[in-house]
Design a protein around this ligand. Structure first.
Ligand code: FPP
Length: 229
């Protein structure tokens, strides 16, 4: 497989859990469970391939509007898997980070997140950054308000330095599974020059092989950042 021109930072919008479960005659929660297992599989593979930072959209600030049982199940899964990731990724030198307003999450989930961040804060080579109660617009507003409160100038750079991702750079590549062609409030500021890759494959079936197809596609892109080559 093509390994030069590898993205340093990949963002993933993991869509399609519900439709996948429905196609199997199962409840949506089953799709989220299998989707959660797939997170571990794909993230492990991506780090093995040499990607250094992975940002995932796990729960958006708009996802609260889903039926209560579904929200509860997603929260439960996030707690279980975040705990699992702490164990697994502390052995592999991965720093865990969460972007989003975690104050709205359950106290237990907040505690797990803070514990995971603290246990992995010394790691510098790999980052797993998970969006929980995350919205790109809200993040920009938060950063600008912080600058206003501190009486600092509002510039492209100062906003960037006050986003959740201030120390991990911008995604070179954003992948969206599940067939929709939009960003849905994911990393709006950081994604200004990201290459976008859309696939119809539903998240539970997005395999390491599918991830490699996205990397191969990315390797052939010409990034100009608004300039002439
Ligand atoms: C979109 O599928 C997916 C979500 C809203 C949640 C993504 C969450 C996970 C993959 C599981 C937990 C995450 C981690 C990091 C362990 P959808 O429900 O919108 O599917 P649909 O479009 O088919 O309805």
């Amino acid at each position: 497989m093509e390994t030069n021109n590898l993205p340093h930072h990949v963002g993933i919008i993991m869509d399609g859990n519900g439709r996948w479960a429905k196609s199997k005659g199962k409840p949506r929660s089953y799709g989220h469970r299998v989707g959660s297992d797939n997170v571990e599989r794909v993230v492990t593979h991506a780090f093995e391939r040499g990607v250094k930072v992975i940002s995932l959209y796990a729960f958006s600030s708009e996802n609260w509007a889903r039926p209560k049982e579904e929200v509860d199940e997603l929260m439960r899964l996030l707690k279980v898997y975040f705990t699992k990731f702490i164990k697994k990724f502390t052995k592999k030198g991965v720093r865990l980070n969460v972007m989003g307003d975690i104050s709205a999450l359950t106290p237990e989930l907040q505690k797990v997140i803070l514990d995971g961040k603290q246990k992995t804060e010394k790691f510098t080579e790999y980052v797993l950054n998970i969006g929980m109660n995350y919205g790109g617009r809200q993040e920009i507003v938060m950063a600008v308000n912080k600058l206003i409160q501190e009486g600092k100038p509002i510039t492209v750079e100062s906003i960037s330095q006050n986003l959740y991702t201030f120390d991990m750079g911008e995604p070179d590549l954003i992948i969206r599974t599940g067939g929709e062609l939009r960003l849905s409030n994911f990393m709006l500021y950081q994604g200004a020059y990201s290459e976008l890759y859309f696939t119809d494959v539903l998240w539970p079936e997005f395999s390491p092989k599918e991830f490699d197809l996205a990397l191969t596609d990315y390797a052939g892109r010409k990034r100009r950042f608004g300039k002439v080559q």
